[in-house]
Design a protein around this ligand. Structure first.
Ligand code: VGL
Ligand code: ZN
Length: 196
């Protein structure tokens, strides 16, 4: 079984959104087109309470993209984004969802961020995604979505550690920080991942 995971293709990550990824909208037709090649499709959804401690609004005097310490880890302060039930948290209007069988939400705990669809950044909680995919007989996972350098990267790294044969689909993802992407690609390949 080969599965596609669509990571965080939500309005706030598209051009004009609160945490926009440059050209993020360009991956939507690609993701729609490739869906026919998969036995199973799942999605993740960044789903933060309004007081999430990764939000710059929660740290007066700090600037977006500054780095602080949170829950004992370094944390980027993000523009407030993907607030539960907001327009920004909704999936992109043009994204085809008819074949998406499971939606895994993350980032609900205000005190810890969660980039991967499998675990939060402190590995305190398992979303159940790994068990779900294994129960469905998935051996191979292809990762798409936003953003390449955060939630796509960490989801793909965790997929490898969970034992899936894992690929990132280059044309189906875009990065927030293109400059930092090369190092992350190398790290993924060193861990046994494929770029396709
Ligand atoms: C993401 C930063 C904060 C992502 C989510 O989906 O890549 N990045 N929250
Ligand atoms: Zn987030």
């Amino acid at each position: 079984m080969k599965a596609l995971i669509i990571v965080d293709v939500q309005n706030d990550f598209l051009p004009g959104g609160a945490l926009e990824v440059s050209k993020g909208d360009e991956i939507i037709p690609v993701i729609n087109y490739i869906q026919k090649d998969y036995d199973l499709i799942v999605a993740t959804q960044d789903w933060h309470p309004a007081n999430h401690q990764s939000f710059v609004s929660q740290h007066p005097g700090k600037l977006p993209f500054e780095i602080i310490e949170l829950a004992g880890m370094t944390q980027v302060l993000w523009p407030d984004h993907c607030i539960q039930d907001s327009y920004g948290a909704q999936f992109a209007e043009d994204l085809q969802l008819a074949r998406v069988e499971g939606i895994f939400r993350k980032g609900l705990n205000p005190f810890i961020d969660s980039y991967s669809g499998f675990y939060d950044n402190g590995r305190l909680k398992n979303t159940g995604l790994s068990g779900y995919l294994k129960d469905r007989g998935v051996a191979e996972l292809h990762v798409s979505g936003l953003a390449a350098d955060f939630c796509v990267f960490y989801t793909a790294m965790d997929a490898l550690s969970e034992g899936f044969k894992t690929s990132i689909i280059s044309k189906a993802t875009k990065a927030i920080d293109k400059g930092a992407m090369m190092e992350k690609k190398n790290e993924f390949i060193r861990a046994g991942g494929l770029l396709i």
